[in-house]
Design a protein around this ligand. Structure first.
Ligand code: UTP
Length: 292
């Protein structure tokens, strides 16, 4: 599948991050010094995606502001000779052509994807959840596009999770078909340990054909009265093959404070400009804990 467009749903309420999400969109919370949203736009651009459609909500206008140029700030930074900072604020607008659609009510992830229907049109596309952050080169979307091309089918990212936590996740019932790749028979939402068909849980990366939109139109509200993307994909499975792919890389749950803290520390250690300082900080804190 040739994929040119990515949909990034960013219209949720972000309740796990209250009270900050009263005023600041979760998707703009930083890992170190960049918003989570930027990492996923970079991942899409790296995979060759040219157009990014961000689904936002009223009250989350700062998401669009983040992608707009700031000539006043640029002029100041240029005057001050801050070339690195200047490059850092320009970089985001060079990554891809970013547009926005509004989801009027947070009626679920499936509904958010459906909101982008006109912007996507009749072509395959990628969905990336900006609070599932994965550290790896090549990025998860690049990895998945290879699998999609090989099987000429949609692909969902999955990862193995401990069996005792399986009831928290959407899980695939699938047959192994090659390295890290599984043919999906069905999707099971939050199964009990004894009913779980596998411990492969769905992660927020999808390559989908445009037929998903008709399936989402037909998807009734499920858990919490929301239209679930997994329910839409379950309908899609009646007419098309979809594969699950165990990506390479570490996933961080940026949708919750502990996950974001861990991501900041690990990304900070991995980055050349901050690695030494963050390692020293972590050692210092660990030393203090040993004295307690
Ligand atoms: P989550 O399931 O993490 O929901 O959504 P949430 O509302 O953001 O956060 P919690 O669970 O209340 O803490 C995953 C992604 O899908 C988007 C969110 O913005 C997030 O990026 N989403 C979710 C929508 O765009 N619309 C929705 O109706 C629901």
């Amino acid at each position: 599948m040739q994929v040119r467009k990515a949909v990034i749903p960013a219209a949720g309420l972000g309740t796990r991050f209250l009270p900050i999400t009263k005023a600041v969109p979760k998707e703009l919370l930083p890992i170190l010094d960049r918003p989570m949203l930027q990492y996923v736009v970079e991942e899409a651009a790296e995979a060759g995606v040219e157009e990014v459609i961000v689904v936002t909500a009223r009250g989350k206008e700062s998401i669009a502001s983040y992608f707009q140029p700031r000539p006043d700030l640029e002029a100041r930074l240029a005057e001050a000779g801050s070339a690195d900072l200047l490059e850092s604020i320009r970089h985001v607008s060079t990554l891809a052509d970013v547009s926005f659609v509004i989801q009027e009510e947070p009626l679920g992830l499936g509904h958010a994807v459906l909101t982008a229907r006109n912007a996507v049109g009749h072509e395959p596309f990628v969905v990336i959840l900006p609070d599932d952050i994965v550290h790896h080169q090549p990025g998860v979307i690049s990895q998945m596009l290879e699998v999609s091309a090989q099987h000429q089918a949609g692909v969902i990212a999955v990862e193995q999770v401990p069996w005792e936590t399986i009831h928290n996740y959407g899980v695939v019932d699938a047959e192994e078909r090659g390295a890290r790749t599984h043919f999906i028979k069905q999707l099971v939402e939050k199964p009990a340990r004894e009913d779980a068909p596998s411990n492969l849980s769905i992660v927020g990366r999808y390559i989908l054909p445009p037929e998903i939109f008709d399936c989402l139109e037909r998807t009734p509200p499920g858990a919490r009265g929301e239209i679930q993307l997994t329910d839409g994909i379950q309908l899609l499975l009646e007419q098309q093959d979809v594969y699950a792919y165990e990506f390479l890389g570490t996933r961080y749950d940026g949708g919750a404070p502990m996950g974001l803290l861990r991501a900041s520390l690990e990304f900070g250690m991995a980055r050349e400009d901050t690695g030494d300082a963050v390692r020293a900080l972590v050692r210092e804190i660990a030393g203090q804990l040993e004295q307690d």
